[in-house]
Design a binder for this molecule. Sequence first.
Ligand SMILES: Nc1ncnc2c1ncn2[C@@H]1O[C@H](COP(=O)(O)OP(=O)(O)OP(=O)(O)O)[C@@H](O)[C@H]1O
Ligand SMILES: [Mg+2]
Length: 342
Amino acid sequence: MVSAEFKRIKLIFAPRTVVTFSNRIEELKKLLNLARRGHAFPVVVFGPEGCGKTALLKQLVLLLKEEGIEVVYVDTLEENIDRAILASPELKEALVSLSEAVMGPLGKTLAYAAIAVVSKILSKVKSENLVIIVDEVFQAVGLDNAAIYIKKALNLLEYPPDLRKRILIILTTSEGISRKEVARHGWADIKEIWNLSFTGLKELYDQLPEPKPDYSQVWRITGGNPRILKQYYIRDWSVENLIKWLIVERGLETEIAKIVKEHGKTLLIEGLEDPDLLLNDYQLYLKLEKLNLIVDLHDRSYSEGWIGAPPPKNPELGVGNKIAWQTPLHKEAVQKIIQQIA
Ligand SMILES: Nc1ncnc2c1ncn2[C@@H]1O[C@H](COP(=O)(O)OP(=O)(O)OP(=O)(O)O)[C@@H](O)[C@H]1O
Ligand SMILES: [Mg+2]
């Protein structure tokens, strides 16, 4: 059972700022239940960039191990093979030896190897339950291969070499396009996760040293996104620098200018107040999604489509019924650029 006292992982928030994993109890409960029962379809965890998917899954790995559930975790973005895999020594060895035989980028190789190895040695796995987690899988295998990858994962679940096992496969993505590609075939269950809740982010904020701005201000600009909180923190809490960082890093000035030229300003401005209106111009909506500025929201009443609680509608934070800005900062950055375009 996950209670408030579970053993929490430590995370490096910034150089010399170590924090303890905060909140997310509901999410961990849901994932642990899936792990105990196994799940007939690969679960694709989808949510805003930096909302805390990787941290959540690393915390999950610890809890699974404590329960004696075998887990293979592959971090496809890690360059070091030793750190890229979290698994029991036997599974890890099998994964490493298979990967060494294949040429190509490590993340991609490991993503495929995770499924292949488990298919090969499933009956030797001691525990009845097995969880496979591949983080950022579509970035690793490429969008073109997303569907076939999911199909391979589904194949393992539908035709496992050992029928007694309960398997759960978790794959993550923060890219709207790969989510759409996955949804097209119905080979996976997509479960959405949102930024931290008001109380969830507060637990993280409370761990950061003084001086710091009021929590209400931090909430208003981050909307609960821990990565944006981190960017804000390392900029000595300067909102101006934070907005500038997002605009410059993403090349948003050029991108938004191009969008305004093609679609005009009116709907974009309306979409700052009510993101659902962006759907009135589907091409505009797709472009903003591709830039990772906005995210689709699952129906809130479809509770199995959510890991944790869906965010309540809140136009001020940029959260609509069907569409949300990834964070309020994303919305503010776009607003600032539009104001500058004559
Ligand atoms: N529950 C949490 N408690 C404390 N820190 C967290 C929590 N969730 C995330 N963080 C921190 O916030 C940052 C972003 O989180 P993380 O990398 O997990 O996001 P992500 O959703 O995987 O991002 P991406 O979409 O880019 O893969 C990390 O520094 C992480 O340590
Ligand atoms: Mg991640």
